[in-house]
Design a binder for this molecule. Sequence first.
Ligand code: SAH
Ligand code: SF4
Length: 392
Amino acid sequence: MTQAPITQDVLTIPRKLPESGLTNLVGLTREGLKAALIEAGTPEKQAKMRTGQVWQWIYQKGVRDFAEMTNLAKDYRAFLAENFVIELPEIVTKQVSDDGTRKYLVRIAGGHEVEVVYIPEDSRGTLCISSQVGCTLTCSFCHTGTQKLVRNLTPGEIIGQVMLARDDLGEWPEPGRAPKDEARLLSNIVLMGMGEPLYNFENVRDAMKIAMDPEGISLSRRRITLSTSGVVPEIARTAEEIGCLLAVSFHATTDPVRDTLVPINKKWNIATLLDALRSYPKVSNSERITFEYVMLKDVNDSDEDAHRLIELIKGIPAKINLIPFNEWPGAPYQRSSNNRIRAFADIIYKAGYASPIRKPRGEDIMAACGQLKSATERVRKSRKAIEAEAGL
Ligand code: SAH
Ligand code: SF4
């Protein structure tokens, strides 16, 4: 049986863009932006003000050309253009599902690709973004898990996904007009695309700080949900340093089953994970932890599982999000029947927990949960290896 790699790869972050040799401003924190402006020659006394102005142009107004930054002196605009660029990852293809879901294939530096999914709903629009190209983990039901990790995304590549979706949705304010906050098309972010966000903690944190900055994209921390497979040491940090909502890929109610589904369980088992969640600093009834639970036929979907789940999470303000398994070519599992999913949901609901069944979105374009996989790394694990990891 192949041992799942569960260590974090340390990967270099490209700061300078190879094409132009100029520094990309997208993805720098406020402090980073200020330091970059000073290093290029902006007088220290002006730096704070210039940082605020440039920041607003980039993140509040969506401007990409320094020449359009009209509250800056012409020679300062020229200075910026000589030293910096404002660059986003590139959309390679865009597919639109029958249900309105949009899937973007996005190319980042080095020619790698990640997927980003936009899901429109009645009362909100959610962007599902990726944090890594591939994933070091090998959850046996997840398509991304069959793709080797290629690299961590930089903060610019992470926030860049949000910005290019806003481009595509036409959601930057028109010049001279105040930004409209109500009825945003892109109102929520979920870190549920490719990769394990807590194995790329700092970059995810910096990108989400940019997303939350009130003078920029300005999304509330309660509109951002980070999903982790259970990287226990980083869970408390998520509350302290990002402050967003947390979702956990729980998926099983016994360690032997969770070991095969979510192999990181071999490192931090169910009891250890639950301890970390119990002490998640900001948990309250209004900010419940979401337990994600993929419904796999005859694997984790019995009534006993539902009862065990209730026992396990006792005392944790929680909502249980049931995800009907989304198939992908070669997947070693089947989706539980609708009746089974409803019966499971019912038991949980009767115990006092919200138990919504996630409606698969964008299945026709392979955009549903766990179906994302880019062609960047074509070395596929064999079906046999996947089955071995799943203990089948
Ligand atoms: N790596 C993170 C976030 C990405 S996955 C994590 O594992 O939490 C987002 C959610 O989709 C996770 O709960 C994941 O377990 C689930 N998922 C993965 N593959 C799936 C599939 N084929 N069908 C349904 N859900 C899946
Ligand atoms: Fe990675 Fe999440 Fe997929 Fe597991 S479910 S392989 S952690 S992306």
